[in-house]
Ligand binder design. Structure first.
Ligand SMILES: [Fe+2]
Ligand SMILES: [Fe+2]
Length: 240
């Protein structure tokens, strides 16, 4: 499947979702639960183990902005007349990526400074790859939001996206600044592969979930298109 075809299907999917307030609320809940994920674990944003004041300040601001995004999504979901829901970890992109990630970022009290720095870098590389994919998804979504029943989601997603670009930028720079190039390359390879696999896994499972829970809202041809897309995504995961 070419990039052009994938791009057209993703654009079509986001427009189909935005055209229906129930589906629009459902996808905004997916984004919201990703933003709230740091509060469900104890190893995100290890600011206390970062010795560079500027990087520590960037991480603190990053965490605060993710909390601001929770509020924006919450309001957008309410404006659509939908409910905010707490989803299981299997429906959270961060957690699905971590199912494909062997590296740990949980810092132990007896880790030496080098081990701590490596784990901070692993967290930043994980965050970078994740944020980059989320930003791309939000680009599709904000374009589709022009067709939404409420104009608030367009504003909310646009504001989130502007912050995500900055998160992508600084996390990427941090990994390369924290580690020697050879080690950084290994860390990047690890997290790019985890995110690639996590994205296939997450996209296929969420597409199937939407088809099961809301498929009757779409025409038969649309259901066929998205069922085939989920099948292709799962196939790619098997061979990657
Ligand atoms: Fe965010
Ligand atoms: Fe972010």
């Amino acid at each position: 499947m070419s990039f052009f075809v994938i791009d057209r299907i993703k654009s079509r999917l986001h427009r189909d979702i935005v055209a229906d307030p129930v589906l629009h609320g459902a996808i905004l809940n997916l984004y919201l639960n990703g933003e709230a994920y740091p509060h469900r674990v104890d190893d995100y944003f290890p600011v206390g183990y970062v010795s560079e004041p500027e990087l520590a300040a960037q991480m603190t601001r990053h965490a605060q902005e993710e909390d601001k995004h929770i509020a924006l999504y919450r309001k957008a979901i309410n404006r659509l007349g939908q409910e905010v829901v707490e989803l299981p970890l299997s429906c959270i992109f961060n957690a699905v990526i971590r199912n494909h990630t062997e590296a740990s970022f949980a810092i132990a009290a007896n880790d030496d400074p080098d081990a701590r720095t490596l784990k901070v870098a692993h967290f930043m590389a994980h965050a970078h790859c994740l944020e980059k994919r989320v930003a791309r998804s939000l680009e599709y979504h904000v374009e589709a939001c022009a067709h939404s029943a409420s104009d608030y989601p367009t504003k909310a997603v646009g504001a989130v996206l502007a912050d995500e670009y900055e998160h992508v930028r600084y996390t990427g720079e941090a990994v390369n600044a924290l580690l020697p190039q050879r080690v950084a390359n290994q860390v990047w390879a690890h997290h790019r592969r985890a995110e690639w696999r996590g994205n296939l896994d997450f996209s296929a499972s969420q597409l199937r979930r939407v088809l099961v829970e809301h498929g009757q809202r779409w025409s038969g041809s649309r259901r066929g298109l998205y069922r085939a897309s989920a099948w292709v995504l799962s196939g790619l995961l098997q061979v990657s």
